[in-house]
Design a protein around this ligand. Structure first.
Ligand SMILES: Nc1ncnc2c1ncn2[C@@H]1O[C@H](COP(=O)(O)OP(=O)(O)OP(=O)(O)O)[C@@H](O)[C@H]1O
Length: 374
């Protein structure tokens, strides 16, 4: 089976460790997204799988075989790069079939694979053009076709859509998923775009500073983040995370209190009379102009028009919270009342920044309210 396994893998450039002990597996046939901010080590990790970077420490297994010292050409990987890396002097057809021709594959087989790839990616009429005579989207499709014809068990992509405009990116995301569903290769996809990660990934591996922060489904990464980094990296506007105190079954925010119920109180039993980090996503704050039990009071600082909804920035004591509202309905300086959605609280330990967990009785919300451009 075409599983990829990292066993305490490290990568250093000189004294700088850019990947710090990766220890996880990518399942046979899954779409695994390597996500994280610029410089976190995503490309380096992908390039170690491709055999384009050496491994400083640890072991890397592909299909059960240790590949630390196996050269790139013998790893049976197909790779798509951000800049497409097409040969400028070769036509579309020559670019797509180049790797097959060097493998001494029969002419018939090459023709068959070429025809399938051209058709799959809508490139039939462009096969004799040079890359310079193609649009960005067409070049990107040629790069995909070149990888697809290899029919390799490992499909590695490094930000393949980042040079496309928003509309083309939406189409290309769907195309990629379709290609993967046909071939079911083990796919590793590097991006810093959370929408790509959420829409393409079976699972997301979120990296920061060369350390794996969380590896899970898009739903779990969004609704059950393992730590504050994950909670605030995913989602836009970002999750509100502020220090609160937990006192007698209530949370104290600034000088105000509200009860959080038995299930959450049980989880927070080690934080009695202490500080804890309380997180809530902007879409899980309900704003109202009337006080009632369970609400706390704040003052509107700013309102931002996000198109489909409004981001309302609310000051409570020294902290600002962001809430999403479907209608403008509020004005700067206005007193408003916030109610946090009980099913969507998050608590994190102030020292480790890890989640304190979730009550087992809560259902995981499978909805991820990201705006996806199509
Ligand atoms: N050949 C190299 N020599 C020295 N440092 C390097 C080299 N290649 C990468 N780095 C450093 O390693 C770190 C991780 O780089 P990497 O390209 O893996 O990040 P990334 O997460 O893919 O970032 P981006 O999204 O910006 O491409 C960065 O700090 C980068 O500067």
């Amino acid at each position: 089976m075409n599983e990829i396994r990292f066993e305490k893998v490290k990568k250093s450039y000189g004294k700088v460790e850019v990947v710090k002990s990766l220890d996880f597996s990518i399942r046979d046939g899954e779409r695994l997204i390597l996500l994280g901010p610029s410089g976190c080590g995503k490309s380096t990790t992908l390039r170690m799988i491709a055999g384009l970077e050496s491994i400083t420490e640890g072991r890397l297994y592909m299909g059960g075989r240790e590949v630390n010292d196996v050269p790139s050409g013998q790893r049976d990987v197909a790779m798509v790069f951000q800049n497409y890396a097409l040969y400028p002097h070769m036509t579309v057809k020559q670019n797509i079939t180049y790797a097959l021709r060097t493998q001494k594959m029969t002419k018939d087989e090459i023709e068959k694979r070429l025809k399938d790839a051209l058709q799959m990616l809508g490139l039939e009429k462009l096969e004799n053009r040079l890359p310079k005579d193609l649009s960005g989207g067409q070049r990107q499709r040629v790069a995909l076709a070149r990888a697809v014809v290899k029919q390799s068990p490992y499909f590695l992509l490094d930000e393949p859509l980042s040079n496309l405009d928003a509309q083309l990116r939406g189409t290309a995301r769907k195309e990629l998923v379709r290609i993967h569903e046909k071939f079911k290769q083990t796919m590793v996809y590097v991006t810093h775009d959370q929408i790509e990660a959420m829409t393409i990934g079976d699972r997301i591996a979120l990296l920061n500073n060369g350390i794996l922060q969380m590896l899970d489904t898009p739903e779990n990464v969004y609704h059950r983040p393992a730590n504050i980094f994950t909670a605030t990296f995913i989602g836009s506007p970002a999750m509100n995370v502020h220090d609160v105190r937990f006192i007698d079954g209530q949370l104290q925010i600034d000088e105000q209190f509200f009860g959080i119920g038995n299930e959450w109180s049980l989880l927070l039993k080690n934080y009695r009379n202490k500080q804890v980090k309380f997180g809530v996503r902007p879409e899980h704050i309900h704003l109202s102009t009337e006080m009632s039990e369970g609400r706390i009071c704040g003052v509107v600082n700013t309102i931002e028009n996000l198109g489909a909804q409004y981001a309302v920035y609310v000051q409570i004591g020294s902290k600002e919270w962001i809430a999403l509202s479907p209608h403008r309905g509020f004005s700067k300086g206005q007193r408003v009342y916030l109610e946090f959605d009980y099913n969507n609280y998050h608590f994190f330990d102030p020292e480790t920044t890890n989640t304190v967990g979730y009550p087992s009785t809560l259902n995981l919300n499978s909805k991820i309210p990201l705006k996806v451009e199509v």
